[in-house]
Ligand binder design. Structure first.
Ligand SMILES: NC(=O)C[C@H](N)C(=O)O
Length: 322
């Protein structure tokens, strides 16, 4: 029988609703009661890494989790890893592990949108499904995966799209990688995996700003005054900004890399438009066009790349469409 490492980090999957209807962390992880239903899937070793609501997750904790996984995988042989996590920042932790660890064995994150004692709680279903994916041969070599509501997603493309639906996780670009039915794990897509970089610390600060119509330049200039090391801009449409911030971008880019992603849910940014503030002007200024990542993931990627002192050219290559 295969062996799995199950790591709990917290989130709604490990919470319960109290008498007033508020959802709070449990002292005892309710999933431990579900494990007897997984005995036919694998031998499971459980580690309680944290019990955090995922808005409390930070890049430093993600890095500690990555190092913890590395260490556990060197101590014992496991055929896969399942991580339970709050959904608010699940995609960021999944992508951070995708960036730093790759996935020497299948690494699958899951969570729940309804806490353990709520009607229609989805935690146990998601856990059992994630365990089944983690032991499947088809999941090997796919990078870090997110399994939720019977769907399998790449950490690169998945994002939380709904505040309360159990069907909240969707993949941009080419959609989910696969699905899980009652008796089978289907993987019908394979993401293109890029080089991973493990780091020992995260010392660079990267700001994220969302561009809106008529945006004023002061916030961008504040990023420079506050001593940030990089900026991710969620720009308009296919890669455009209002003329009001072009000069600020030109000033900022002399002291830090600027990565642009689109504020659209889907699609990639390109240097298509030639008007003031259009993508062509941004390209000429030296802005880095991201490869379809959303801003929260592009921030983590830029933090890791700056930690390993990537040059402008290396950044452009690293963010190029995969
Ligand atoms: N469904 C969830 O897990 C949401 C919760 N706020 C969290 O991210 O911890």
């Amino acid at each position: 029988m295969k062996s799995l490492l199950l790591i709990h980090t917290g989130g709604t999957i490990a919470m319960a609703q109290d008498h007033s209807g508020h959802v709070l962390p449990n002292d005892i992880n309710p999933l431990d009661a579900s494990l007897p239903r997984a005995t036919d899937i694998a031998n499971i070793t459980t580690r309680h890494f944290a019990n955090l609501p995922s808005p409390h997750m930070t890049p430093d904790i993600m890095l500690r989790l990555a190092h913890f996984i590395e260490s556990e995988l060197t101590k014992e042989h496991y055929d896969g890893v399942v991580i339970t996590h709050g959904t608010d920042t699940l995609e960021e932790t999944a992508y951070f592990l995708h960036l730093t660890l790759g996935a020497p064995v299948p690494i699958v994150l899951t969570g729940a949108m309804r806490s353990s004692n709520e009607v229609g709680s989805d935690g146990e279903f998601n856990l059992i499904t994630a365990l089944r994916v983690a032991v499947s041969e088809a999941a090997r070599g796919k990078g870090v995966l997110v399994v939720f509501n019977g769907e399998i997603h790449s950490a690169f493309n998945v994002t939380k799209t709904h505040t309360s639906s159990v069907d909240t996780f969707k993949s941009v670009h080419f959609g989910n990688l696969g699905m899980v039915t009652k008796d089978h794990v289907y993987l019908f897509n394979t993401p293109l995996l890029k080089q991973t970089h493990m780091v020992t610390s995260l010392s660079k600060r990267v700001a994220v700003l969302k561009v809106s119509a008529g945006m004023e330049p002061d916030l961008l200039l504040a990023v420079k005054q506050l001593g940030y090391d990089g900026l991710v801009l969620e720009v308009l449409g296919q890669g455009n900004v209002p003329p009001s911030i072009v000069d600020a971008i030109a000033e900022l880019i002399t002291v830090m890399p600027i990565v642009i992603v689109s504020r659209c849910f889907n699609g990639i940014v390109q240097d298509v438009y030639g008007y003031t503030g259009g993508g062509q002007q941004l390209k000429e200024l030296g802005v880095i066009f991201s490869n379809g990542l959303n801003s929260q993931k592009a921030r983590l990627k830029l933090m890791v790349e700056l930690e390993i002192n990537a040059s402008q050219l290396e950044l452009e290559e690293s963010f190029r469409v995969e």
